[in-house]
Design a protein around this ligand. Sequence first.
Ligand SMILES: Cc1ncc(COP(=O)(O)O)c(C=O)c1O
Length: 399
Amino acid sequence: MPQLAQRVGRAKPSAIMVIASQAKQLKAAGRDIISFSIGVPNFLPGEHVYAAARAALEHDSGQYGSNRGAEPLLDAFLKHVEALGFSGYGHANLAVGIGAKQVLYNLAEALLDEGDEIAFAAPYWTTYRDIADIVGAKANVLHCGPEQNYKLAPAQLDAALARKPRVFLFNNPSNPSGMVYTREEIAALAEVLAKHPDTWIVTDDIYNSMVFDGIGYHNFVFARPELKDRLVLVDSVSKTYGMPGWRVGLMAGPEAVARAITTLNSNHITSVPEVITAAAVAALSGPQDVPLARCAEFAQRRDIVVAALNAIPGVSCPRPQGAFYAFPDISSAFGKTHRGTRISNDVEFCAALLEAKGVACVPGSAFGEPRAMRISYTCPAAQLQPGLQRIQEFFTELV
Ligand SMILES: Cc1ncc(COP(=O)(O)O)c(C=O)c1O
């Protein structure tokens, strides 16, 4: 058999999917499993989204659509980004993709040549690492541990940008930590970014509708408008509207970047299908009560999760202020034994927890922080407390 391309060898199967499929197998074998592993919303979009999709199906042209994105979708996204606080964009600044993931791949192809450096903070969304590997870029991972609440400090960013990376990739609110940068923190990082004009800035802010405690969503361009010339916002309907399977992502940024993404779309995907487009337009421009209600619910769940985790001796969980993740530091368990099984790292911890208690969490090393594990708290409400209790029990049984 001929050889596969080297880039495929660099791509690794997602650690999140590995643990999720182990949990699925145990469930199929009759085990009582509570999954805190996959980061998907536990709700569906409002009926108006389905009505729009059905209506679009009635009138579907069956044709290829615009490479950039259909006009009504660009209109709806433009209003959405304006509501977030961005200004001065037109259709020429926008482009669609098959989910934010594909937008990010497109951006990597558009902005990075082989060997270029891309800087991003750890813990990071697993795919960032893979995107860098696949396009042959060098990842400069900026470690931001639990002692700094998993947040990037201005001095760290300054040192990283002194190396003149081609791209700085930023994620706020964060998957996996749920951390949200305040207005002041964003302004301090924006000051640093303004000093380093050679670097593209990509802000993956797909959880922007899920921010708690009234701290609001902030972006570097709100603090330093001149960054708009080299900043790209990535957004998606997946988490905000409970539509991960509909696969619509979007970007707003400099015209040259949006044009490049449009050209790549013409080669990769051609267009987002008409029916899907109509659903995304309805989600973005229709009533916003679903995301608002879910954000309030996730804030309540966050309180329950953080209280339960911090009540465990030896566990500390910085308080997330967005998305639907918690990222406790579990490293006090390393070196201990659970019912004869020795736990020396996060992967062994999560495997033992799943085996002994039927609770699936994702090892932090998948996100570049091996002292922690990710809990995604979008499970059915009735499973939340029992799942947390099982984690507490597991810890008390460690020797
Ligand atoms: C930070 C972050 N960016 C991007 C994505 C991808 O989103 P989409 O479903 O739009 O591809 C995810 C999905 O988990 C994510 O957590």
